[in-house]
Design a binder for this molecule. Structure first.
Ligand SMILES: [Fe+2]
Length: 287
């Protein structure tokens, strides 16, 4: 798989947070304890004075990765070329080591939905998404990472497990994997499979980034909210993932009920500590 020069020369043990409006000035002026930033592509696609200035400052200070929600790889029909061109322009400006989007769809027949909608776990869907990812990779010569989304309804006609589906798409498209650990936990709990086994069945050498986030477990189903602290079970699963699949840049996703920067950075430190603890234990037992 193609790796970016940045991915080859920089440490894989970097810990970052999303660049969100309430923290723009504070994080760009001081950026304490943050190794990289993730930017939501759609928030910066329309270049104007303020977004461009923020991105320029961010780019000068820290590595940035771009994360999108609108490629809609699972939609029937052609890729949205207008969106792809805007994304390519943003990539040229930011020069990230990679860019990412989700294994889902969000638009159909010109209508955009606000949710990421899952795909049926079928061979036809694998072929469809692989074709679209290859088109994206043909247009943008930079590693593309696919994220495993959370979903609450399993579509009928399933021919393989979710893990097999993710593995098939990523391997056949020859792209990277942005493994969202909270999504694995949420899906495994809601749909009754073993989260640790899911991690173990992911392809090695493909994970360039992890997402960590909070969820809401107060109802009948667990909801992926990105609006609270990361649960202990998700930390444990993350430690399992880095021992099984290797370290990778890890991001705290906190998009709702956005806390103070201080709280966000404490969460980032907890993730850094969890990784060090897992690696330390592994090294001690190997010695
Ligand atoms: Fe995520």
């Amino acid at each position: 798989m193609m790796k970016s020069p940045a991915a080859e020369t920089q440490s894989t043990e970097l810990f970052g947070v999303g660049l969100r409006r309430p923290h723009f000035d504070e994080i760009l002026d001081h950026h304490p304890g943050v190794d990289f930033l993730e930017v939501l592509s759609e928030n910066f696609m329309t270049f104007g004075g303020r977004p461009r200035e923020v991105l320029k400052r961010a780019r000068e200070r820290l590595p940035i990765v771009l994360h999108g929600v609108s490629l809609s790889l699972g939609s029937l029909g052609e890729l949205n070329q207008r969106y792809l061109e805007k994304l390519a322009q943003l990539i040229d400006f930011v020069r990230p080591p990679w860019f990412s989007d989700h294994l889902s769809w969000a638009a159909h027949g010109g209508v955009e939905y606000h949710d990421l909608i899952p795909l049926p776990f079928t061979e036809e869907a694998v072929r469809h998404v692989v074709k679209k990812i290859k088109q994206v990779q043909d247009r943008v010569r930079l590693p593309f990472l696919l994220e495993n989304p959370s979903y609450y309804l399993e579509l009928p006609g399933k021919e393989m497990s979710e893990a097999e589906f993710v593995r098939e798409v990523v391997t056949r498209a020859d792209c990277g994997l942005l493994l969202d650990i909270n999504n694995v936990y949420v899906n495994a709990t809601n749909h009754g499979y073993d989260a640790h086994a899911f991690i173990e069945s992911m392809p090695t050498g493909r994970v360039l980034q992890y997402h960590m986030a909070g969820h809401d477990a107060s109802g009948e189903m667990i909801i992926d909210t990105h609006g609270s602290h990361i649960a202990p079970e998700v930390f444990a699963l993350y430690q399992h993932a880095i021992l099984q699949l290797g370290t990778a840049w890890t991001l705290v996703e906190w998009d709702n009920n956005i806390p103070s920067l201080e709280v966000l950075l404490e969460e980032n430190d907890r993730v850094r500590h969890a990784a060090a603890q897992a690696l330390g234990r592994a090294r001690a037992s190997a010695a």
